[in-house]
Write a protein of this length. Sequence first.
Length: 225
Amino acid sequence: MSADPSSAGYFGRALCGRGRLYEGRVLLRDFAHDSRDSSAISRTLVLMRVRRLLADDVSLIATIDRSEHVDVQYRVIDGRLTEQPVAMSEIPTWDPTGSGPHSVAAQVDFCTSLIADGAVLLGAFDEEKPVGLAVVDRSFEARLAWLAFLHVSRPHRRRGAARALWAAAVDLALAAGAKAIYVSAVPTGSAVGFYLRQGCRLADPAHPALYAKEPEDIHLVRSLP
């Protein structure tokens, strides 16, 4: 299952540092995002709260609008990230009623199975409104964490939610003793660009089991301090 911040590129600056980790459905970190328009006339300070959620909260996936317009698509050729013709310029929302691979049901089943095996569900909230979700397996392999899912709802992108979720996932991975975090990103310019900006690089080699599940994804890894 791809991890896709869906045009959640981060603009502005973080106004707070690393938060303390807690257990249960409580605040993991506050993340302030200073958003200005191109003319710098107005300024909005958006506070994204990232919380560790309960297993039942996986139903919030149905509230995420994963649709996006795609301008750039990538493929790895001979170990290099190479731009390709865009195969689908308009990615639709998840199917709300079906059971196919791009349905809400399929996403819920995927995340539920991971959470049952010990992965953590994270939610980004603008006030009390859920705007993004992530699932991180802190101990996917020895010293390797896996960010298995990251999506931010289309109306709330470019406001720091994806970066806040990523930062919380890294916190959890570090606390579990991981030395690296792995992600297979959908091959769009927005998703790949986001992870590259977080310090990820092409996985060489790609994880064989994860690559077999998502061969069209861009497989990335980031070393952790």
